[in-house]
Design a protein around this ligand. Structure first.
Ligand SMILES: *Cc1c(COP(=O)(O)O)cnc(C)c1O
Length: 382
């Protein structure tokens, strides 16, 4: 694998990308040029294929892929600000910082909201959701949308989006899933899961570079959102109509990021699609956990709740352990890990995603071992 001399990123994104993905950006395409328009179309079709949508019969296709300039949060904000009617209300299932961010967006936009909150080390289930929706149906029926995060990157926990989707559809609400850190690496059929809006971004598991995010939107749902937008640049329906009319973005597109992304999609396909990528990430994650356990670290989550994307490890209790020093020493050796985000426990995180393989995971484990020795830390293994 040819790579630049950069540090290797064991983070939730931006990630280490392949040399060929970076190389695909060494071009200047006009945003209205037919070659760029073709690139955008290839990217949009590729995204739908990953989500299990058949794109062969354009007329009957039930979803559209809508790229949105900016980071992942911009696309979440696009969905909330332009698909919820003025008298709508969103119910958010929360077990981490990204669920809370959806609430913060709703609150900032002045959208009525409600939350079901469970601790960060517990996966969400459908019982509380059923109770809240039942109560809402018996009362004024105010809730129009239900939102959940697929892989809560705060901890790495996986939420059961298909199961939740069955309940949301039974109660006939609009279903929004933040699949930012899982899309492309965890198999998910958008139609079977009953998802109306799914959001992810270029620089996570598809292994592109930062610059845009995307929404996969059900046609039935988005067609009804005329007049709902609370923002011009984030107006999803207008963005879709622009793309459908002339294949172009309404405002300056991130041309280089799209070229990189098209290459990243081709590389995903070469790897065997979502199944192939899931296999590599799973191997990365299990090797990482086994190696870290051998060094005396413990995971924050129960193994049954843990996904393959990112793993939270508890700070060791040894008096010599200081996270900043641990982080800096690893970074000096060329390995970038990630601070924790859990509110009630001291953790750090290590991602298993991006253009990394067994060789990189093993090199990281060696660096962790050396770093512990340098810090005079001996941990007892379990
Ligand atoms: C990365 C991520 C986001 C969005 O982050 P940006 O910094 O805006 O790209 C949102 N939700 C989840 C679950 C994420 O992992």
């Amino acid at each position: 694998m040819q790579r630049a001399n950069d540090k290797i990123l064991f983070t939730p994104g931006p990630l280490t990308t392949s040399h060929t993905v970076k190389q695909a950006m060494l071009r200047d395409l006009g945003s209205r040029d037919f070659e760029f328009i073709r690139t955008v179309q290839e990217v949009r079709d590729g995204l739908l294929e990953i989500a299990g949508v058949t794109v062969t019969d354009k007329g009957k296709q039930r979803y559209d892929a809508i790229p949105v300039q900016g980071s992942g949060t911009f696309a979440i904000e696009a969905v909330l600000s332009s698909t919820i009617p003025r008298d709508g209300k969103i119910l958010v299932l929360v077990n981490g910082a990204y669920g809370k961010r959806i609430l913060e967006i709703a609150s900032t936009l002045g959208i009525e909201h409600q939350a079901i909150v469970v601790p960060e080390n517990e996966a969400l289930d459908t019982r509380a959701l059923e109770a809240v929706l039942l109560k809402d149906d018996q009362a004024a029926k105010k809730i129009t949308h239900v939102a959940v995060v697929h892989c809560e990157t705060t901890t790495g926990i996986m939420n059961p989006v298909e199961e939740i989707g069955r309940v949301v559809k039974r109660f006939a609400r609009v279903y929004f899933v933040d699949a930012m850190s899982s899309f492309g690496a965890v198999p998910l059929n958008i139609e079977k899961a009953g998802i109306d809006y799914l959001v992810s971004s270029a620089n996570k598991c598809i292994e592109g570079v930062p610059g845009f995010a995307f929404v996969l939107a059900s046609r039935d749902a988005i067609i009804r959102t005329e007049g709902y937008a609370r923002s011009v640049s984030l107006n999803l329906l207008a963005q879709l109509n622009g793309l459908e009319n002339n294949g172009q973005f309404r405002f300056t597109p991130p041309t280089h990021a799209l070229l990189a992304f098209r290459q990243a999609l081709r590389e995903l396909e070469e790897e065997g699609g979502v199944a192939g990528r899931n296999k590599r990430y799973t191997f990365n994650q299990t090797t990482l956990v086994q190696g870290m356990r051998e060094l005396g670290f413990k995971e924050y989550l129960k193994p049954s709740d843990q996904g393959v994307i990112i793993t939270s490890f508890c700070f060791p209790t040894h008096t010599n352990f200081a996270f900043n020093m641990f982080y800096e020493k690893l970074s000096e050796k060329g390995y970038v890990i990630y601070p924790g985000k859990v509110s009630n426990a001291d953790c750090f995180r290590i991602g298993s995603i991006g253009r990394i393989d067994q060789a990189e995971i093993k090199a990281l484990l060696r660096a962790v071992k050396e770093t512990l020795a340098e810090m005079n830390i001996t941990l007892t293994t379990h």
